[in-house]
Write a protein that binds this ligand. Structure first.
Ligand code: SF4
Length: 325
C-alpha cells in the first residue's frame, strides 16, 4: 500500500523561554521547554505525544500552531516552512491548522452564544455570508451530536463533555486538515472520555483529518494513535508505532509510563509490576549535560552524565534516545 504524504514535518524545533535567575534576578537563563525535537506526521494519521506535565508537549503543539514563536527549527507544513512566516503570511495556514484545548470551559467565551463561538472563525476569515454561516453552524452542531437549540445557549449551560463538543465544532468550522488536540479528554469524566475519542476518530475518517494528540498518560492515546512520541524534559525520548510502544517499550522512561497504567487482569498485573520513578523531574532551566533522565534512571552509567543521547532508529522504524541502544 502506498504511504500517505507527510503533512507536517518538525525539524530540530526549539522553544526557549527566558527567565531571570541568580541574586537580584540579574542573570538570564532559559527554560528549554522544547529542545531539538524532530518528528513527522502523515496525512490522516494520529501522532500521540505523551509525557508528564512540564515535559514540553503542550509547548510543542502551541509552537507548531505558531501561538509561540519558535526559538529555532523548521515547521514544514504541506511542503512549506511556516516557521518564519509573518502573521499575514500565516493567514491561509491559520484555517488549515486548528486546535482543541484541554479546558473546554476556559477556552469558550462565556459572553458569546454557542452559535457565535462556532461561527466566529468563519466570520473572521470572511468565508461566508450571514445566512450561509448560520446554516454551517447548524450543520456543525449536528456533526458533534448537539442540536440546533444549543446554538442559542451559553457555554455555562453545558456539561464538560458537551463543551468539548462545542470546542471541536469550533475547530472544524473552517475546514482544517490538521488539528492539535491538546489534552482534550484529560478534564473529562472517564465515561465521557471514550465518547469524545470515538467522535474524533469518526471525524478523522470522514474528513481525512490529521491529529497531533497530546496527553499526559499513555492509556489516553492508545486507541487513537497510529504512532506515539514520548517526551521528557523538553526532549523526544522515544517514537514508534502504537503497537510497538505498548508491547515492547524501549526507553526506561517509556517503560515507567507504561507500567503506571492499571491492568484489570490481576494475573497480568502481577507480571507487570509498576516502576516507581525515584526523585523529582529536574528543572528545565539550563539542564545539566548528559541524559536528562539520568537522575531517575536505574540503568544510568558514567556516559549518561557526560553525553546527551541522540534519537536514533533502532528497529522497525522506531527511534529511541538512550545509550543502552
Ligand atoms: Fe538511562 Fe542512560 Fe538511557 Fe538516559 S541514556 S535513559 S540515563 S540508560
Amino acid at each position: 500500500m502506498q504511504e500517505k504524504k507527510v503533512l507536517l514535518e518538525v525539524n530540530n524545533l526549539k522553544k526557549y523561554f527566558p527567565v531571570k535567575t541568580g541574586m537580584f534576578a540579574k542573570e538570564k537563563s532559559f527554560v528549554k521547554a522544547v529542545d531539538d525535537v524532530s518528528f513527522h506526521i502523515r496525512q490522516g494519521e494520529t501522532l500521540g505525544l505523551v509525557g508528564e506535565s512540564g515535559c514540553g508537549k503542550t509547548t510543542t503543539g502551541r509552537t507548531i500552531m505558531k501561538l509561540y514563536e519558535p526559538t529555532s527549527g523548521q515547521i514544514i507544513y504541506d511542503g512549506k516552512n511556516i516557521e518564519a512566516l509573518s502573521e499575514k503570511q500565516m493567514v491561509p495556514y491559520r484555517k488549515r491548522l486548528q486546535m482543541i484545548f484541554q479546558d473546554p470551559y476556559a477556552s469558550l467565551n462565556p459572553r458569546m452564544t454557542v452559535g457565535d463561538i462556532i461561527g466566529e472563525a468563519i466570520e473572521i476569515h470572511k468565508l461566508m455570508g450571514k445566512k450561509e454561516r448560520q446554516e454551517r453552524v447548524l450543520e456543525l452542531l449536528n456533526t458533534v451530536g448537539l442540536n440546533r437549540d444549543h446554538g442559542a445557549r451559553y457555554p455555562h449551560e453545558f456539561s464538560g463533555g458537551q463543551r468539548q463538543r462545542i470546542g471541536i465544532a469550533r475547530s472544524l468550522a473552517v475546514n482544517p486538515d490538521f488539528i492539535v488536540c491538546d489534552e482534550p479528554i484529560s478534564a473529562l469524566d472517564v465515561s465521557i472520555q471514550a465518547q469524545i475519542v470515538n467522535m474524533l476518530e469518526e471525524l478523522q475518517e470522514k474528513l481525512n483529518l490529521t491529529y497531533l494528540f497530546i496527553a499526559h498518560d499513555l492509556s489516553m492515546v492508545k486507541h487513537i494513535s497510529n504512532r506515539i512520541g514520548v517526551m521528557y524534559l523538553g526532549k523526544l525520548v522515544e517514537i514508534g508505532s502504537s503497537n510497538d510502544l505498548y508491547n515492547k517499550p524501549l526507553h526506561p522512561y517509556t517503560k515507567a509510563l507504561l507500567s503506571a497504567i492499571p491492568i484489570p487482569d490481576p494475573n497480568l498485573a502481577e507480571k507487570n509490576k509498576r516502576i516507581i520513578l525515584q526523585g523529582e523531574t529536574p528543572s528545565p532551566i539550563d539542564p545539566k549535560p548528559g541524559c536528562r533522565f539520568k537522575d531517575r534512571c536505574k540503568y544510568a552509567k558514567e556516559k549518561c552524565g557526560i553525553e546527551e543521547p541522540r534519537l536514533k532508529i533502532v528497529e522497525g522504524g522506531r527511534s529511541v534516545a538512550c545509550h543502552l541502544f
